[in-house]
Design a protein. Structure first.
Length: 520
């Protein structure tokens, strides 16, 4: 693991104004505003019981999202599938919260140095707590394919590079900086605000489910905000177009393709080589796409997109797709939508069950033809659209006669039918209610911060750590609060991950506006 360079964060109490945050505007958007000083925050007793102290002296570097993000990116929190070392990152954030006078604790997991961090800003208790859920672990990097050090936070041509810049240390930095701006003004909220920086979101045994099973009293909330909705731009890839907040995730599952053949010496190849058989099956699925399905959630999203875009041809294709009366016309116009979309991969993913080839295993020595070859498909189904079991049946039908086994990747000891039944339940989970004060705050903040853009609820094409709250009927939503280009969006989990620095600043203004809705 890489150890970050220590930083000097000891600013004198009177210096926070000298280290004031740069107030930038992003592509014509509004700059962050400063609310009038209100009652301070009482940290030790019920805020309604005693007078609140003066606003804490929070260093300007902690309220600057770019500075905060650079520090977050400097920590190597790569998760290779069994958790990450998140303790140094958590200890840095603990110092940030402590300087602001916010109670904070680090929760150890059974895996050494793989920890959660919980900060809790006490409120008046007039409303149920709001929980902000942001993971600290990141996916691994292919270092040779990066043009910047992925753990340096390099800023180049108005973009900040680093693993996690987009997913999701950037979102964490925007949310935390926005909250600290409020606290520096002496803000007081009508509810506790819990900030959970969790581990094992990208993989591992001790993520949010483990935490909820062992520490639910620290996580119980009335609503949750995490990663999800995209802030999209017009075709120029910069002007804000559509601000979305996700209220539902796609259903995650894996399918394995297994081919078998005769193991023998490589000098005498046979016609039933497992690798060749697998390659034919992969090719059969390579260009194939599952059918298009529209649900109430995705229809609302694509209607908003049609109203938001300045591209008339794109808008027309969207409207024709929404008006389609049969599967053939729906598929035809969906293909046109994707062809004209400035974010084609995203919009294709919102229209169907997707399958991505992610892992392939075969062979162990160059002079041996192996007896088996396997490929894993990572799949994401639309809740209320095509069921995972229906997609599995389609894949099996398409590969019929190709001499491969198609197997759902069920957990160890769980039968295929039992696992499909579990996926059916997830598929049937309704989207989060939009008639909540948190969702209204997300919508109001979008109108204030991005006045020329359209706001809409949406489906998240990926997954989050929201399961423990959704299982209890607690509404959860998602935003990545910065406008992204399509190239930046593709960089998620890829090479040269980055976001616009100006978009980060404006996204922090957005989150500041969201939290303003809960000030008293």
């Amino acid at each position: 693991m890489r150890t970050p360079t220590p930083r000097d964060h000891q600013l004198l109490a009177g210096d926070q104004h000298a280290a004031s945050v740069r107030r930038r505007t992003f592509l014509g958007g509004v700059a962050g505003t400063t609310a009038a000083g209100l009652a301070g925050l009482s940290l030790l007793t019920a805020p309604s019981a005693v007078p609140a102290p003066a606003a804490p002296a929070i260093p300007g570097t902690d309220t600057d999202p770019l500075d905060l993000l650079k520090r977050m990116l400097s920590f190597d929190t790569q998760n290779f599938g069994t958790g990450a070392s998140t303790r140094p990152h958590a200890e840095m954030l603990r110092e940030v919260w402590t300087r602001a006078g916010v109670p904070v604790e680090i929760i150890d997991t059974p895996q050494p140095n793989n920890v959660h961090l919980i900060a809790r800003i006490p409120g008046t208790g007039r409303a149920d707590p709001l929980l902000l859920l942001g993971h600290s672990d990141v996916v691994p990097v292919e270092l040779e394919n990066w043009t910047a050090d992925p753990f340096s936070g390099e800023v180049r041509n108005g973009e900040i590079y680093g693993r996690g810049a987009l997913d999701m240390k950037g979102a964490n930095a925007a949310s935390i900086a926005a909250l600290l701006r409020h606290l520096s003004e002496g803000a007081r909220f009508d509810r506790d605000i819990i900030v959970l920086t969790d581990c094992d979101e990208e993989a591992g045994s001790f993520g949010s489910r483990w935490l909820a099973a062992n520490y639910w009293d620290k996580l119980d909330a009335g609503s949750v905000l995490t990663e999800g909705g995209w802030f999209l731009a017009q075709e120029d890839q910069t002007t804000p177009m559509l601000i979305s907040a996700t209220r539902q995730d796609k259903v995650y599952f894996n399918i394995d393709l297994i081919a078998r053949g005769t193991a023998t010496h490589s000098s005498k190849p046979l016609s039933d080589a497992a690798i060749v058989t697998l390659a034919r099956a992969v090719a059969k699925l390579g260009d194939w796409q599952a059918p298009v399905y529209l649900t109430d959630v995705t229809r609302e999203y694509f209607r908003a997109l049609a109203e938001a875009t300045r591209n008339r041809g794109f808008a027309q294709a969207l409207r024709r797709m929404l008006e389609a009366r049969n599967p053939q016309m729906l598929d035809r116009w969906a293909r046109m939508v994707i062809a004209k979309s400035p974010y084609p991969a995203l919009h294709s993913a919102l229209l169907r069950t997707t399958h991505a080839f992610v892992i392939e295993n075969a062979g162990y020595k160059e002079n041996v033809i192996p007896s088996s070859a396997e490929a894993r498909l990572n799949c994401r189904a639309i809740p209320g659209g095509q069921k995972p079991r229906e997609f599995l049946a389609q894949v099996r039908d398409r590969l019929s006669g190709k001499d491969v086994e198609v197997r759902i990747a069920a957990p160890e000891g769980v039968s295929e039918e039992d696992y499909l039944a579990t996926l059916d339940q997830t598929w049937a989970t309704p989207p989060a209610d939009t008639n909540t004060d948190l969702f209204r705050a997300l919508k109001t903040a979008a109108r204030k911060t991005y006045p020329g853009a359209r706001f809409t609820p949406a489906l998240f094409e990926a997954g989050t750590s929201l399961a423990p709250w959704r299982d209890r009927g607690i509404p959860g939503y998602g935003v990545y609060p910065y406008v992204l280009s399509n190239e930046q969006l593709i960089g998620m989990h890829g090479n040269d991950e980055r976001i616009f620095t100006a978009a980060l600043e404006q996204g922090t203004n957005y989150m500041y506006s969201v939290f303003s809705g809960f000030r008293v």
